[in-house]
Design a protein around this ligand. Sequence first.
Ligand SMILES: [Zn+2]
Ligand SMILES: [Zn+2]
Length: 208
Amino acid sequence: MGTIYRAYCEKCDRGTTARADWKGFAGCVTSYDGTGGGTLHTGYWLAVLTDGGDIVPLPHPIEDSTLRQLGYKWKEVAHRGRLLGITNVVCLSCGTLNEARRITVSGDYGCLTGLLGGAVCFLLLKTFTGMAFPLVLLTSYLVLFSPWVVVPLWLRWRYNERQASLALRNCTKCGSTKFVPLSRATKAIHKCPRCGELSMRYSIAGRS
Ligand SMILES: [Zn+2]
Ligand SMILES: [Zn+2]
């Protein structure tokens, strides 16, 4: 599930019909009927860095079939540091949307490992140590979520050169280094990258 945001410039988009950039999502449910214009973007999506060096989006909700068509498997691409999580970020200087890419694992990665690890940890600590119950619970929780926290960190460390080459440093348009993700861009008015006016608003339009 991804959140869909609508970008709307009061100067450029007035009276137009909304269009989607379809980057990272193949369909969406929106309460917004499209009148009034603007562009629909997703906040976050997955992509695979192919062996040929291309970054191919895995649009939600057809990530699975797209990955299979490319001839890859989830665990395999994750272990090889080729699964990327991409966040759409707004440049605070010029308003251009940029892509912040990080090596990641998919949502269901290590689900069973995490659950088993958490349960075993809980039993061991409770049976063999005199640890206070809240502390036992907290430690087990940390182990439970470790696959999604520790593994991505380890992957980014292991493939640090690749991560460095993928990372977003400067805005592709103006070179600025200050960005805000779409999820937080809804709180302020931004510069429109087309007309340059302070007239761009982001709002939540639905789910993909
Ligand atoms: Zn910029
Ligand atoms: Zn504009």
